[in-house]
Write a protein that binds this ligand. Structure first.
Ligand SMILES: *Cc1c(COP(=O)(O)O)cnc(C)c1O
Length: 433
């Protein structure tokens, strides 16, 4: 397969970018300065607080990749990064459907995109959230994994005057599948078991205008085989239930690239999903959906942090466990880093751990983060691949929540979409037979 190339004109930002009114950013202006890269930001601003650097061109490229190559419809899972600017960029790139999980996300996306299709894919919702989503925001697609949730949805979507049941519900039964191929499990919390699925599918069919099966293989699935086992399970549930299925949603889990986590090409995931989808016992016109979060936005952002103190091979920086580096602390995620100081050619590289700015011992990131050996207080570091589950995780704990957001034009520290990646060694790739 040929590496994906950006359509002409979308590979770089155009020099200025206009925002679209929602949550007007603090600078309040529609014309934005675009910095060439993180070094230029440090030179111009000498920032005392962390700075989030956004790359609209990288998000556009990821969206175009999914739109053009995934053999079905690609939703964006908003929780990975709910930034209104990003949501607008994805819409402008062709993403029309959004996976939302709370009423706040429903309102947010509806506020940015009046015409987007919103799919409420959290299997445990409050009746008032369902009611508002259906009656106020036009949401028709809901997921569920119990009969209680089915009853809740049916009841909340009734016509308030006549009490009549809604006839236009598009319902997705969430199956529990294995997370064994993924770096972050989403297996234990949601999804009905294979033993419960057939009855739930039959019951849901009676209330659904359109019935889907959805699952999530866990985030950062490092092998396409994650989707094979999930689709096998889907097949078993459908065969047992003997109901007409209109849609299969293979969820998120599509990986991005991080140090020590170099996944096979996404084309391999798409091919194996298409193959197994086509052999399912479903309606001839059944749709295939996916709902990536990470893969659409990981490359969108990086973060500039400042070194406040050095103690041996530990660097005290100004973002951490309660900020955009939540995953670095809580699940020891390794993000790529680079020094923004002028480093002498051939300087030795050393493995560092980070402490975040709060007074909590848990504000610690073991890394390792490899940087030049002479890093010291006052230096700046860029942490890459933070567009997914980075900026979205920031809290104000201990007074350290601030971060300016700027746009930069350079490439993300790694990309699955710029044509630069080699095919990995064969034993990393599942055979398509
Ligand atoms: C979190 C989530 C996603 C996105 O997962 P990624 O691993 O970021 O792709 C998609 N669907 C559902 C239901 C989710 O909870």
């Amino acid at each position: 397969m040929r590496p994906f190339r950006c359509p002409k004109g979308t590979s770089k930002p155009q020099g200025s970018l206009s925002f679209h009114g929602f949550n007007e950013p603090f600078w309040g202006s529609l014309e934005l300065h675009i910095f060439p890269d993180a070094k230029a930001v440090v030179r111009d601003l000498v920032p005392d607080e962390p700075v989030i650097l956004n790359r609209p061109h990288a998000a556009m490229r990821a969206a175009r990749f999914f739109i053009e190559k995934f053999p079905g419809k690609s939703l964006y899972a908003v929780k990975a990064n709910p930034s209104p600017e990003l949501i607008q960029i994805l819409w402008d790139s062709g993403v029309t459907h959004y996976d939302v999980a709370s009423i706040a996300e429903v309102r947010l996306v509806r506020g940015v995109l009046p015409d987007a299709v919103l799919c409420f894919m959290h299997p445990v919702k409050t009746p008032s959230a369902i009611h508002e989503a259906y009656h106020t925001h036009g949401v028709r697609t809901f997921s569920l994994d119990t009969v209680e949730e089915l009853e809740k949805i049916v009841s909340a979507c009734r016509n308030p005057e006549t009490g009549e049941e809604a006839r236009d519900l598009r319902l997705c039964v969430r199956l529990r599948v294995s997370s064994e191929y993924s770096e972050l499990s989403l297996a234990s919390k949601f999804g009905c078991d294979l033993t419960e699925a057939p009855v739930l599918l039959q019951q849901t069919r009676q209330h659904a205008d359109w019935l889907g099966v959805c699952f999530h293989v866990g985030s950062q699935a490092m092998s396409p085989f994650a989707f094979v086992q999930a689709l096998d399970r889907t097949r078993a549930a459908i065969a047992e239930a003997s109901v007409v299925i209109d849609m299969i949603d293979v969820g998120g889990g599509f990986p991005s690239a991080y140090p020590g986590l170099e996944p096979p090409p996404l084309e391999d995931y798409f091919a194996i999903i298409a193959k197994h989808f086509e052999s399912l016992p479903i309606a001839y016109n059944a749709e295939l959906w996916c709902e990536p979060g990470r893969a659409l936005c990981a490359e969108y952002s990086s973060l500039i942090v400042k070194v406040e103190k050095r103690r041996g091979e530990e660097l005290y920086i100004n973002d951490g466990a309660y900020g955009a580096l939540y995953d670095a602390a809580h699940v020891s995620w390794r993000f790529p880093v680079r020094s923004l100081s002028d480093v002498a050619e051939g300087a030795e590289q050393v493995d560092f751990a980070f402490y975040g700015p709060t007074c909590d011992d848990a504000d610690y990131m073991q890394g390792p983060f490899t940087l030049p050996e002479d890093v010291r207080a006052g230096d700046y570091i860029e942490v890459g691949m933070l567009g997914a589950y980075g900026a979205a995780m920031k809290t104000g704990f201990n007074g350290f929540g601030n971060a300016q957001q700027l746009i930069v034009a350079d490439e993300p520290m790694a990309s699955l979409y710029d044509g630069s990646r080699q095919r990995p060694v064969a034993d990393n790739v599942v055979s398509l037979r």
